[in-house]
Design a protein around this ligand. Sequence first.
Ligand code: UDX
Length: 432
Amino acid sequence: MNIAVIGTGYVGLTTALMLCELNHQVVCADTHTAKLKQLKSNRLPLHEPGLKEVLNRHLSRRSLSFTSDTGQAVRESDILFITVGTPSKSDGFTDLNQIKKVAETIGLNQNGYKIVVNKSTAPVGTCQNIHRWILKRQPRYIPVDVVCNPEFLREGSALYDALHPDRIVIGSDNTEAARSVRDLYDSIPCPKMMTGLRTAELIKYSANAFLAMKISFINEIARLCDSHGVDVADVSTGIGLDRRIGSRFLKAGIGWGGSCFPKDLASLGHMFEQAGLSPRILQAVRQVNETQVEYYLRRLEERLGDVRGKTISILGIAFKPDTDDIREAPAIKVIQALHQKGAFLRAYDPVVFRHRNPAGLPVTVCGEMSEAFEDSDCIFLMTEWKNFLHFDWKSHRHRMRTPLIIDGRNVLDQKALIQCGYLYYGMGKAGL
Ligand code: UDX
């Protein structure tokens, strides 16, 4: 089977490399020629650990190729993966233009039976639309089946997740087509769930909403922990040991961001509304997250007073470690809010500023982490990059004007920092 992967973003690139690792021949198509040029010369347009080595290997083995001619990729392949972006529009609805365009290109270029696998996260009913859009553009009728195969990978561990998933969900109205897709993953030993198209689409949204719910839940409990001097990490451990709850995604902090949770929860909310239903839990999950930054800023002001004219250093801009992705990153909201309040801002991130300049951020960029301390009134940790944890905090304390640390991810050693003279706040960390 020849496979085409259309769209070379996070999901597309990882899917293509995962399929190559499973010994399939893959062509990646994208209209972004500058990006293709980069990829062909083994340069990644994004920061993702481990991807570059695998890209290099499959380029040299010629198991992977890149083309800007999507039509040709369609004509020469039997299975076509759609992995294009599904951004949010300003009203929160999902913009399906890229998917529609790919479907139309498939219809125009279809020269025989194809299986079209949608991996882009899109509202329930999109796969049926893809089928309709393809048929509409076919010069003459040629059968085509659409399969929904949602992607559950996380940025920062994308390829590992793609090769070691907890489950693979394959939704289709045609059993044969679904089996062909399942066969691609034969060598991955995990449960493979065969289901209907719409069910697969809804599973993806429900999974992300549930994960976001776990985080918002523990963040809400962390507020109560603050009031009672209880350590939220102990509460997480205590409830997480119950296997019905599970210990993961119960780390309290400044909240969730990224390219998926905010967009997918907004889109799921619209699906509820369109069905005439009120998504009450979903609303609360989003509300708690939206007020996290406010909650932290109040704790900061309790300790520092008016922030006007004070210097606050932000450690970490990325929405999580091991990525240069700043989409919906809590750090951006914190920077904007503090800037509005008249604070001077510095920022350090080990990767984000190396790869791009997030235009418009009202911060002085630090080339080294140590620069963040100089005459600073507060260090505000936003991303739990490993090098922040292993930093020599003790030696830099004296360089700060006010030695205050706000730990937005509850990852620093509170006891050690207090012992060397820092003032420390972590949400629900039960002050020592
Ligand atoms: C998520 C889903 O995990 C993945 O399955 C889906 O395919 C895409 O969306 P991703 O956005 O890469 O993946 O990041 P993830 O690791 O899930 O973290 C999302 C956000 O939640 C981050 O901002 C992270 O810092 C935050 N988070 C995560 C917490 O605040 N606490 C936690 O316990 C876990």
